[in-house]
Ligand binder design. Structure first.
Ligand SMILES: NC(=O)c1ccc[n+]([C@@H]2O[C@H](COP(=O)([O-])OP(=O)(O)OC[C@H]3O[C@@H](n4cnc5c(N)ncnc54)[C@H](O)[C@@H]3O)[C@@H](O)[C@H]2O)c1
Length: 451
């Protein structure tokens, strides 16, 4: 899709959801003119983004914001060590980010705060014409997602969800293979978030010690234990959909000729978090907490073009990490768990080939070009690509590769799965955030080696 088609598509979507204030030509940054970036939330993940951004000479970190003085100090140390100028610092209270938006003059903000702040911080940034790079997820409730969407359509301010797993090397190689037709017509996809987070959800609360070492959470916890664990107390659903659904949605061309139509979720009983505390600290008062989040939550999505997608959320039991991808078509499949690929006519009948051999032959052009640049980056290199994609698309005034429709639909899986479970695993219609535009829009994600 070229820029003109994109603007027409945006305008058509806006007309039916909310009035579009202007169709101003997107700003383009000239070579040598750095993009002024603010990082909102310089916690554990914010520090990773700082590291990525500090390596680039086409951006300048001109402002940072956090309520935690310990993390502000860490960020300033990191920036000084990289030999970059000291940014403006906004801190002191929970509204300091509003002062950063009003006064700092930043072009873009990385929103790397707890989930419950993402919607309001994104909406106000877009209203202030500050481009948004938002960590996974876009909001909490279904209303949040509509509000974030309407703000983007009304203001035209660029917004990207920072879903890094879309750029994982094997995930992109599988997409490259699918686009070459090697799997045939795609019929079924799987993914998820299967990660033992027990030592993330509980810690001692001591600053600088985010993983394990205690059984505290909430006010007494630190980093994610401070805010994330409470979601496992109060909510039962697919709490972290984007790492799994992002790659599946790109395979299925969701919002670009396809869309999610229905969703059903199931949750197992909740045992893992209680058992973890009871086993290791039987006298701890948190053994009395009743966690609501089922240990294994599975969500089935149906798509307009006939594909099915299965997501699994599994973060409270002992298990090695695996996002459990599966890409299956009429000619063959990739399964992440056994690292196997089978392609009919090329693999021995009923046998698996090592996936790595296929992926080496079909490495995505982005990885062929940037593997060296990504070598030192977080999460096996994929953090380089997601930051690079936002910066490059914004600087060129081009559409965001993971856009507002992707962000709100992927994130809305959470409240919909909660509703499905609460209503006895009822199958729900999936809202069409694009208001029919999905049928006309063309895929744009990762078609070349630029970003
Ligand atoms: N894409 C990935 O691979 C990945 C990995 C880790 C985390 N994340 C996401 O990144 C986000 C942050 O996670 P984290 O692990 O860094 O958590 P964290 O708790 O370590 O960091 C969050 C930071 O936000 C700050 N904060 C809280 N309220 C604030 C406010 N009102 N104003 C300013 N700052 C405020 C906290 O003090 C903290 O430093 C979450 O959305 C999380 O899901 C994504």
């Amino acid at each position: 899709m070229n820029r003109r088609d994109f603007l027409i598509a945006s305008a058509a979507g806006a007309a039916s959801v909310a009035p579009l204030s202007s169709l101003a030509k997107p700003r383009v940054w000239k070579r040598g003119e750095p993009l002024k970036i603010g990082v909102l939330g310089v916690g554990m993940r914010g520090q990773v983004h700082l590291k990525e951004l500090l390596r680039r000479d086409d951006v300048a970190i001109t402002a940072i914001c956090d309520t935690d003085p310990y993390m502000i100090d860490k960020a300033l140390e990191r920036i000084a060590k990289a030999g970059k100028p000291k940014p403006q610092v906004y801190t002191g209270d929970g509204d300091a980010w509003r002062r950063m938006y009003a006064k700092s003059g930043i072009d873009a903000v990385f929103i790397v705060t707890p989930w419950e702040l993402h919607a309001v911080q994104s909406i106000e940034a877009m209203q202030a014409k500050i481009a948004v790079a938002c960590e996974v997820v876009a909001g909490i409730t279904l209303d949040d997602h509509w509000d974030v969407l309407r703000a983007q359509l009304r203001t035209g301010t660029p917004y990207m969800l920072l879903e890094n797993v879309c750029y994982r090397r094997d995930v992109l190689a599988a997409l490259h293979m699918a686009r070459k037709g090697l799997f045939g017509e795609i019929v079924h996809l799987e993914g998820g978030y299967q990660h033992d987070l027990r030592a993330v959800k509980f810690n001692s609360g001591e600053p600088g010690k985010p993983y394990g070492g205690g059984y505290e959470f909430g006010e007494k916890g630190w980093s994610e234990a401070r805010w994330r664990t409470d979601h496992s107390v109060r909510r039962n659903g697919e709490l972290y959909p984007s790492h799994g659904i992002g790659p599946c949605a790109m395979q299925a061309n969701i919002h670009r000729g396809n869309r999610f139509t229905r969703l059903t979720s199931y949750a197992s009983k909740a045992r893992g978090l209680h058992d973890y505390i009871a086993k290791n600290a039987p006298e701890h008062p948190n053994t009395k907490v009743a966690f609501k989040l089922g240990d294994v939550v599975q969500t089935h999505l149906a798509c307009e073009n006939g594909e099915t997608i299965l997501l699994t959320h599994d973060t409270s039991l002992p298990r090695p990490y695996s996002l459990g991808f599966r890409v299956q078509g009429t000619q063959g499949l990739w399964m992440d768990v056994n690292k196997g690929i089978h392609i009919e006519g090329q693999s021995k009948p009923h046998e698996w080939d090592a996936a790595e051999d296929w992926f080496a032959k079909h490495d995505h052009p982005l990885w062929q070009r940037f593997a060296d640049a990504a070598k030192e980056s977080g999460h096996g290199g994929m953090d380089f690509f997601v930051v690079n994609a936002f910066v490059e698309a914004l600087r060129r005034g081009e559409p965001m590769p993971i856009d507002i429709y992707d962000a709100v639909a992927w994130s809305a899986i959470t409240p919909l799965s909660e509703q499905s479970i609460a209503e006895g695993n009822r199958t729900l219609d999936f809202p069409d955030f694009t208001d029919g535009l999905w049928a006309k829009r063309k895929p744009i994600f990762a078609f070349d080696d630029r970003y």
